[in-house]
Design a protein around this ligand. Structure first.
Ligand SMILES: [Ca+2]
Length: 135
């Protein structure tokens, strides 16, 4: 496995651009992964009411968390080290979040339900470039 260059500060709060979320509910494509029995220790710092994504499996740091969507993880300001690098996630919000391969919420990869905490499926790892509460 290739070690990635990290530019994200652990535990840092990120200001993400506010996005307008359409009221209509489009059907998400598929889950980002499957619930697993891995230790919750590494996920434990994810704040309540935040969507957390992690650079490594099993909640491995570095990581970032979001109260609202981020249209482009590769753009500053924000956790640019997470762009195409997220491998696990923990949804501590009460809403379903959608994940996209492209910036600007394009090329949907999948979704995470409230409370979900797992490694992304192998074909969804290291691809997320934008994320938001599913429209
Ligand atoms: Ca991508």
């Amino acid at each position: 496995m290739i070690r990635k260059t990290m530019t994200v500060l652990a535990g840092a709060a990120f200001a993400a651009a506010l996005v307008s979320i359409p009221a209509s509910a489009a059907a998400p494509v598929s889950p980002m992964g499957e619930q697993s029995d891995v230790s919750v220790t590494a996920y434990s710092d994810c704040p309540a009411a935040r969507m957390c994504i992690f650079n490594n499996l099993n909640g491995g740091r570095p990581w970032g968390y979001f109260a609202v969507g981020d249209a482009n993880l590769g753009a500053a300001p924000g956790p640019s080290g997470l762009n195409n690098n997220a491998e696990s996630g923990y949804n501590r919000t009460s809403q379903v979040w959608c994940f996209y391969d492209g910036a600007g919420y394009t090329n949907i990869l999948g979704y995470m339900n409230p409370g979900d905490q797992y490694n992304f499926a192998t074909d969804k790892r290291n691809k997320v470039t934008s994320l938001r509460v599913c429209p």
